[in-house]
Write a protein of this length. Structure first.
Length: 458
């Protein structure tokens, strides 16, 4: 095994963070050879995907792995893949590839762009990636870029309620998108809180927390939030409550923000919310545990849908030490993955049928598998991870990288490999197959894009 050496102000913290094998519990058995092999195999697949990006999409946001071309999100590239993948390269010890990404970032990443971006995505992918890179290596270039980007995102919080608009022009600060959702409102506290602690500027964390408070105050009388809300008036537009897209990471950041910042108010907000979630969304059917979709006012379940994005919730429950619920929910959705070979974007657990057949290379089930293995050390999760990894290689691998699927039944490929495949999907697989003490989750929090944020800054 190899210990990573980091430069800069966080050297001592990170020397403790990346424990590798030096502090393994002597009572635990060493990892078996196949597990080492699988970690190395994941590294090889990361290299395959990155080299495809480097050959066909260098300097662009994403790789199109079927047509072997690049794609930008906006009028110009913001280097989504190099920034998003950077801390994965650090964990995997890929020095040459890291140097390639760093050179692109140094020479081409500039946020003075006269176009509007989706603030939520820019925050979790780019700001999160830059902050993680800075904390892992201490390079001030990453901090300068992160601070500049955060300053350009700040205007989104200037709504009458303090809940952020969806879009902001990076050059002018002009905002738009008054109809937003809990995920895009409440997914800033981890990144902005980290930046405040690094820079000693409380403005960032105050803006992010005020947004969460404003949303929390507008929860229903039974403690649930809906799917969409007007950030100018505070009026709910869609009152459907669930754990899926448009809500998911709001709940994740209530807990992670509370842990990262040791914030008693966020702890209380999380505890109140998870009680409501478990009371009104949790449902046992077909001898399986699920979380459905209900009306935020009545709590009555109206759709028995659960999807790939909801599969993050076992990880959050595990982080909150609700391991029994976490395992039961994980098992339910892993069975869906095992049945189809890959997990559909949306599944009706009552009817046992696919609602949306896409697979976007999402990481959430793998993320939960990693968390559950980390906290329980139960080998069944590694066995499941091995099956998931085999499915990815069998159905999604292309000559240039990895492709999303249009249909998990037919396995027809889509010409897309988003940056989160390198930032999250392969990172969580790699960590699952490393020794569980490779990282110490008492010292870090992953943002929702799997970027590492330090709990202790000094």
């Amino acid at each position: 095994m190899k210990s990573y050496v980091f430069s800069g102000v966080y050297f001592l913290s990170l020397a403790c963070l990346l424990l590798c094998m030096q502090r393994c519990n002597p009572d635990q058995k060493p990892a078996a050879a196949p597990e080492h092999y699988l970690a190395d195999s994941v590294k090889a697949e990361f290299l395959h995907a990155w080299r495809g990006y480097w050959q066909y999409a260098r300097g662009m946001d994403d790789l199109k792995p079927v047509s072997q071309k690049g794609r930008n999100w906006y009028e110009e590239s913001l280097l989504m893949t190099p920034v998003d993948a950077y801390d994965t390269m650090i964990l995997l010890g890929l020095e040459e590839e890291k140097q390639q990404a760093r050179e692109l970032i140094y020479t081409h990443l500039n946020f003075d762009k006269n176009f509007s971006v989706k603030a939520f995505e820019i925050n979790i992918r780019l700001l999160g990636g830059l902050l993680s890179a800075y904390q892992l290596e201490g390079d001030s270039c990453f901090l300068r870029l992160a601070t500049d980007l955060a300053d350009r995102l700040l205007p989104v919080f200037d709504s009458p309620t303090g809940m952020p608009y969806m879009f902001v022009n990076l050059a002018t600060g002009e905002t738009s998108g008054e109809i937003s959702n809990p995920a895009e409102i409440g997914t800033y506290i981890v990144e902005f809180g980290t930046l405040s602690r690094i820079t000693k500027n409380k403005l960032y964390v105050e803006k992010a927390k005020r947004a969460m408070q404003a949303l929390y105050q507008r929860r229903s009388s039974i403690g649930l939030v809906g799917t969409s809300i007007n950030v100018e008036t505070g009026a709910w537009i869609d009152r459907s409550s669930h754990l899926g897209g448009m809500i998911d990471s709001y709940y994740e950041y209530l807990l992670k923000g509370a842990i990262l910042l040791d914030d008693t108010e966020l702890w209380q907000m999380w505890k109140t919310s998870v009680v409501a979630i478990n009371r009104y969304l949790k449902q046992e059917t077909n001898h399986s545990l699920w979380y459905g979709r209900s009306d935020m006012e009545s709590g009555k379940i109206h759709r028995t849908w659960f999807g790939a994005l909801e599969a993050f919730f076992p990880a959050v429950l595990a982080l909150d030490k609700q391991l029994n619920f976490a395992d039961c929910l994980w098992q339910s959705y892993f069975e869906v993955w095992r049945h189809f070979g890959l997990a559909p974007e949306m599944f009706d657990y009552q009817k046992r049928e696919v609602v949306s057949a896409f697979y976007f290379l999402r990481p959430e089930l793998i993320e939960s598998t990693y968390y559950l293995y980390y906290f329980t050390r139960d080998e069944k999760y590694r066995q499941a991870g091995s099956a998931i990894f085999a499915s990815l290689k069998k159905h999604c691998k292309t000559k240039a990288g990895y492709a999303a699927l249009k249909n998990v039944i037919t396995k027809e490929k889509s010409d897309s490999m988003e940056s989160f495949f390198l930032a999250e999907t392969l990172k969580y697989l790699y960590l699952l197959f490393k020794h569980p003490d490779f990282l110490d989750l008492d010292k870090i929090i992953f943002n929702t894009e799997a970027h590492l944020m330090m709990k202790v800054m000094d």
